[in-house]
Design a protein around this ligand. Structure first.
Ligand SMILES: [Zn+2]
Length: 82
């Protein structure tokens, strides 16, 4: 009888574990579909949807702050060229 109990306990445990993993998979995450760009001035990672953008030579650049954008717009070549 002890063996049967063990099997039953294992079955319940595996169902529980399965339920837990499903729960984890359906949890909402903050990192979905967010484009990240590098601020060319301070090299910080910025989220494009919240960043300040500046178009230069038909390309969009993203900045963490207005001051970084100003620094870039006053001398874009300085930050683009490596
Ligand atoms: Zn910056």
């Amino acid at each position: 009888m002890k063996k049967v109990l063990f099997i039953a306990a294992f079955a319940i445990f595996s169902q529980f574990a399965k339920a837990q993993s499903v729960k984890q998979q359906t949890l909402p995450t903050d990192t979905t579909e967010q484009a990240i760009e590098i601020d060319p001035v301070c090299k910080m990672k910025v989220k494009t949807e919240k960043a300040i953008s500046f178009i230069y030579h038909k390309k969009s650049y993203y900045f963490c702050s207005e001051s970084c954008k100003k620094a870039f717009s006053s001398a874009p070549e300085k930050y683009i060229k490596k």
